[in-house]
Write a protein that binds this ligand. Structure first.
Ligand code: HEC
Ligand code: HEC
Length: 302
């Protein structure tokens, strides 16, 4: 739980206490209004429309008792529950605690099912309708914001349905991706390539790698500088899964394949980040998801 600073702790306490005391004062003050001994004849001085007058009557007793009751209730509540700055309340209740208890209760219900499914080996998992249905729901709840509801991806977020795997397509690699996350490091090459012209030539060479339309003369000049790219994307541009460096020969682009997109990738660099999920999802859920994601695309199997 995020505690507020010592100063805010006291500011909140003082404001809360002053508010309650102000309510108390307000009832005391208003219940002293009017003179009950005058009965209905105690009126204020205003007269509207010739004979419309305002009576000055004390508040009804039952209403006052209710009002005092809410104040006493308020004190009791602030002792039992959090409300006074960082004071946690004697019952120890918290939003986080209630949420955790509900999550634990649901986890208990499904623990047996996840343990049973996660004990299967990869091929049996992929073949199990029950496991894949459960995994598809986990995917919908945890992964679709970035990878799309069908895993088809979006610009910057890779498709999990195609044959390109930056970080490996066997189930264990996919599992490692989900557990620990991955950060792609494509450094900016604009200055080293000599600015716009050098970048444009390299774009033409990259286009040629996948057999896309390109300018051969410019591509040849780009190719001469491929030594800068070779360490990660390999001599033939087929990439390196140990570094998350994509295959540039298959015409599948995480960041778009237009000349402008490629120029951006090359000149400014890219840093895609797949967040680690080990603290968000149990090992059993991640295993189911790994099998599911492998089944969406072309996994190499185990
Ligand atoms: C240090 C290793 C490294 C070097 C050197 C490197 N890259 Fe990359 N490159 C990567 C990585 C990793 C990615 C993936 C980035 C990501 O996933 O966010 C990438 C992504 C790309 C992309 C985007 C691919 C897509 O699918 O959209 C292009 C294009 C690219 N690199 C071209 C080049 C060129 C051309 C050079 C040489 C001038 C080069 N890279 C040098 C590591 C490297
Ligand atoms: C906050 C956005 C985000 C969320 C949420 C997210 N991912 Fe990712 N994921 C990414 C990005 C970005 C990459 C690409 C990293 C890179 O550039 O190398 C990625 C990469 C991957 C890869 C590697 C693909 C390859 O080519 O090797 C897999 C597998 C994957 N995600 C699965 C999942 C699963 C399963 C979930 C849900 C548990 C998930 N992701 C949730 C953003 C996300």
């Amino acid at each position: 739980m995020n505690l507020m600073s010592e100063t805010w702790h006291w500011v909140v306490i003082v404001i809360t206490a002053v508010n309650i005391l102000a309510c108390w004062w307000l009832i005391r003050w208003s219940s002293a209004q009017g003179d009950s001994s005058k009965g209905d004849n105690d009126t204020l001085d205003h007269v509207w429309d010739e004979n419309l007058q305002e009576r000055n009557q004390p508040l009804p007793r039952w209403w006052l008792i209710l009002f005092y009751g809410t104040i006493i209730w308020g004190f009791g509540y602030l002792i039992a529950y959090p409300g006074m700055g960082n004071f946690a309340g004697t019952l120890g209740w918290s939003q986080e605690g209630q949420w955790q208890a509900e999550v634990d209760a649901v986890d208990d219900i499904y623990a047996e099912k996840y343990a049973r499914l996660a004990a299967l080996d990869w091929d049996d998992l992929v073949a199990s309708d029950e496991a894949m249905l459960t995994a598809s729901r986990l995917f919908a709840a945890n992964c679709t914001t970035c990878h799309g509801s069908d895993g088809g991806g979006a610009v910057g977020f890779p498709s999990l349905r195609d044959s390109e795997w930056n970080w490996g397509s066997d189930y264990d690699s996919i599992q490692a991706t989900i557990v620990n996350g991955r950060i792609g490091v494509m450094p900016p090459w604009g200055p080293a390539l000599g600015g716009d012209q050098g970048v444009a030539e390299m774009v033409q060479y990259v286009l040629s790698l996948s057999g896309s339309d390109h300018d051969p003369a410019m591509a040849a000049k780009g190719q001469a500088k491929w030594t800068m790219c070779l360490a990660c994307h390999g001599p033939d541009g087929k990439g390196n899964q140990a570094l998350g460096a994509p295959d540039l020969t298959n015409n599948i682009w995480q960041y778009g394949g237009s000349e402008a997109d490629l120029a951006h990738s090359i000149a400014i660099g890219r840093n895609g980040e797949m967040p680690a999920h080990k603290d968000l999802l149990s090992a059993e859920k991640i295993k189911l998801l790994s099998a599911y994601v492998g089944s969406l695309g072309d996994s190499d199997g185990s």
